[in-house]
Write a protein that binds this ligand. Structure first.
Ligand SMILES: Cc1cc2nc3c(=O)[nH]c(=O)nc-3n(C[C@H](O)[C@H](O)[C@H](O)COP(=O)(O)OP(=O)(O)OC[C@H]3O[C@@H](n4cnc5c(N)ncnc54)[C@H](O)[C@@H]3O)c2cc1C
Length: 292
């Protein structure tokens, strides 16, 4: 594989992905790059395309499960060196895709702009949240997005409207594109009231999460009308274990990877859960976690 000379300083080979994923497991990326700006991303995408290499985008790594075999392609990380700038103009806030979602939430609340505060405590980047239409408390991030700037598969840059981004329940039509930045249209609110609301949500969200083990993921999409947590508890799957991987006993919507866990074990656990839920309830539980 040949990347152009002027891109070589950005490319690393056989880069371990486990340390970059919240689950802490998985094999290496054949090629790995941390672009500095949009032009780098465009050139990386164009060059990978020319070489027939698959491209995957890494944000905060809180919603991926990397197989032991790793990724036979190019992984572009936007969480490191790429822009995480946040600018505010009246009620419009524009955020670089590599910014942490929590930073964007805190910044909006501090500026007296409402619409993102309910997402406090969701790990990862703004890019990852927008691509997966992250949601909490029944409201998704897409509802306050006004536009999204992306690098298309042909490496051109395009700004998409909220409608073009196709937000639906934990889904968008942005998969396969590289999100560079996102503009939100927010509402002017009282800073103190917003801050209090955010703090309350932050406390309750932290209390509803396993605290002992840091290597966790939230594998399933809440099915219509019922939180995955309640469904898994009703079906009796809380605490279910496969090797060193288990569903948390108290908060079974979280999958925990203990020391010695493998991606294979994660995949087997997910399959067992889906089978049992389908058998007992007829519900085809959908995956939120992205399998690499
Ligand atoms: C403890 C915990 C709590 C969670 N709580 C919630 C919750 O309440 N609600 C919720 O919706 N989710 C939740 N999640 C899931 C996860 O945090 C979100 O999906 C988050 O938005 C993922 O962002 P990320 O940057 O970590 O994405 P990553 O895990 O890095 O990537 C996820 C997917 O997005 C793609 N992607 C990332 N950035 C870009 C980009 N810039 N351009 C194109 N594609 C990109 C990746 O290719 C991948 O397919 C939780 C996860 C954990 C571990």
């Amino acid at each position: 594989m040949d990347f152009p000379e002027d891109l070589m300083h950005l490319i690393r080979t056989d880069e371990p992905l486990g340390p970059l994923a919240w689950l802490g497991i998985g094999g290496p990326a054949r090629f790995f790059a941390e672009p500095m700006d949009a032009a780098d991303v465009q050139r990386l995408v164009a060059s990978a395309h020319e070489q027939g290499l698959s491209v995957r985008i890494l944000g905060g790594g809180s919603n991926i499960l990397v197989r032991e075999a790793g990724v036979d392609g190019l992984v572009i990380s936007l969480a490191g060196t790429m822009s995480s700038e946040i600018t505010i103009e009246d009620t419009k806030m524009t955020v670089g895709a590599g910014a942490k979602l929590s930073h964007a939430v805190i910044k909006s609340v501090g500026a007296g702009l409402g619409g993102l505060e309910h997402l406090v405590g969701i790990p990862g980047t703004v890019g990852g949240a927008v691509v997966g239409n992250a949601s909490a408390g029944g409201r998704d991030i897409g509802s306050v997005v006004s536009s999204v700037t992306v690098v298309e598969k042909d490496a051109s840059i395009r700004t998409m409207t909220q409608q073009e981004a196709g937000f639906s329940h934990r889904k968008t039509s942005l998969v396969g594109l590289v999100v560079l930045d996102v503009s939100f249209e927010l509402e002017t609110r009282d800073v103190l009231a917003l801050t209090k609301r955010m703090q309350k949500l932050w406390i309750s969200r932290n209390a509803a999460r396993p605290t002992v083990e840091p290597r966790i993921a939230m594998p399933f999409v809440d099915p219509d009308g019922m939180p995955a947590k309640d469904l898994l508890q009703t079906v009796g799957l809380a605490g279910l274990q496969e090797g060193q991987v288990s569903l948390d006993g108290q908060h079974p919507q979280f999958m925990i990877a203990s020391s010695g866990a493998t991606s294979e074990q994660c995949l087997r656990l997910i399959e067992r859960v889906r089978e049992q839920v389908l058998l007992q309830t007829g519900i085809d539980l959908q995956l939120n976690l992205q399998i690499w």
